[in-house]
Design a protein around this ligand. Structure first.
Ligand code: IMP
Length: 421
């Protein structure tokens, strides 16, 4: 069974926990897009792990973890992540495979990301990790791939070509001194040596595994509305975080995907700029942020919080072909007297039941809410579905009915045990 996990909102839905749970059943776990802008948090016992690049499946013994061609890799971060795992007693060396075709994030990508952001009138709120500029180089065909780090001649030529152009831009446009060829060359060639044992043809590896009837879990990062095409452009990331990204980003055919599991938070959050129709008022935002510990696991930035938006999740269900939904952090809503669900938007007297593609509409739309009773003073730690407060079950039923996918998993805490199937 080959399963893709995707976020149905603006990322941070709790995919790390679901991936960790489903990894138990998989043979291979694969990251297919994004880079270290992601932060997947997994809690095992009293230990918390945050993964930015390595698939969180690495915590499960014997699982092969791959970083596909669709991802972008900052070797410094990857090296640190491997070292941190080693310190925690987890040896990734024989189980981590890196696509030779994945693009490399270089120091100039990171700095350009940050400089561009300071110059923008309408800021995107990027993580500043160099993700956008690295993908831009990939598309303009001047990117450097992991395989290039293994070839001193090719790497030297590509880097030199890049720096010739980029240093001019850095100096003239950004008043930045630019980058030294020799020092980047030396440092990154060394990364090539470090990772030479990991770099391989990941698509061939996965397709052979599929022939042998192995199970693959595709670990989506970010979320549907950060997707470069279907997200709230330009307030998006630079990769395909919807299901198609799993094929493009690994070289596994679409006909080999058996199931798509969507992950949604029981409310909505967003980090960075961009429209957010159901965003709470500042005071309630602060309350839920503290209660749900809504701070970015990559940048530590406070997340913006809002009510559950059915239009968004319904759109994500359709775009990704989601058949099963995991609803996360339901416990954060414990204790509220009333809960709102957004079922439509109103804009200039017109009602929208579908997620609008026009950012103007999204930016100014008024959400239409259904208000349902909450479950105040509820203290039971539910272990099975029947333990959930009847109003919590009614909330889930209502969401399920509107978004058109079955809710199969409900999470009521960060630990593996706080999960209802
Ligand atoms: P970038 O991916 O760093 O270019 O950032 C672009 C936008 O995507 C910003 O609004 C980020 O906050 C957001 N973003 C990127 N990765 C994540 C993530 O893993 N979770 C939530 N938001 C993200």
């Amino acid at each position: 069974m080959n399963t893709v996990i995707v976020g149905t909102q603006w990322g941070d839905e709790g995919k790390g926990k679901i991936i960790d749970i489903l990894s138990g059943e998989a043979d291979y776990v694969v990251r297919f897009q994004g880079g270290n802008n992601a932060g997947h948090t997994v809690v095992v016992g009293n230990k918390e792990y945050i993964f930015h690049l390595i698939p969180s499946g690495i915590l499960h013994k014997g699982k092969i973890c791959c970083i596909g061609n669709g991802a972008v890799i900052d070797p410094k971060v990857l090296f640190q992540e491997i070292s941190d795992l080693k310190s925690a007693g987890i040896n990734a060396s024989s189980r981590l495979k890196i696509s030779s075709l994945a693009h490399v994030i270089l120091p100039y990508h990171r700095i350009l990301d940050q400089l561009r952001e300071t110059k923008r009138k309408y800021k995107i709120g990027t993580t500043g990790r160099g993700i956008g500029p690295c993908y831009a180089d990939k598309i303009t065909r001047c990117g450097i791939r992991m395989i290039d780090l293994l070839n001193p001649v090719v790497f030297g030529e590509k880097l030199s070509d890049n720096l010739k152009e980029k240093n001019e831009i850095f100096k003239k446009v950004y008043k930045h001194p630019g980058f030294n060829l020799a020092s980047i060359y030396k440092e990154y060639l060394n990364y090539g040596k470090i990772f030479s044992g990991y770099i391989c043809n990941v698509s061939s590896l996965l397709n052979k595994a599929i022939e042998l009837k192995k199970d693959i879990l595709f670990e989506g990062a970010q979320g549907t509305f950060l997707d470069i095409d279907f997200g709230t452009y330009p307030f998006v990331t630079s990769s395909s975080s919807t299901v198609g990204g799993a094929c493009i980003g690994t070289g596994v055919s679409a006909v080999k995907i058996n199931k798509v599991v969507g992950v949604a938070k029981a409310y909505t959050t967003r980090v960075g700029e961009g429209p957010f129709p159901t965003e709470f008022s500042e005071r309630f935002n602060r309350f839920i942020r503290e209660k749900g510990n809504e701070f970015g696991s990559t940048t530590g930035r406070p997340r913006r919080c809002g009510w559950f938006d059915c239009l968004m999740v319904k759109e994500a269900v359709v775009l990704n072909g989601i058949s099963e939904l995991a609803v996360m952090k339901l416990d954060v809503l414990d204790g509220l007297k009333k809960i709102k669900i957004c079922v439509a938007y109103k804009y200039k007297g017109k009602e929208f039941k579908e997620f609008p593609q026009d950012l103007e509409v999204l930016q100014s739309a008024n959400p239409v809410y259904k208000e349902i009773p909450g479950w105040p003073n509820y203290v039971i730690r539910p272990k099975v579905y029947q333990d959930l407060h009847p109003n919590a079950r009614a909330y889930l039923d209502r969401i399920q009915g509107i978004v058109g996918a079955k809710i199969n998993i409900v999470s009521v805490g960060s630990a593996r045990e706080d999960t209802i199937f």
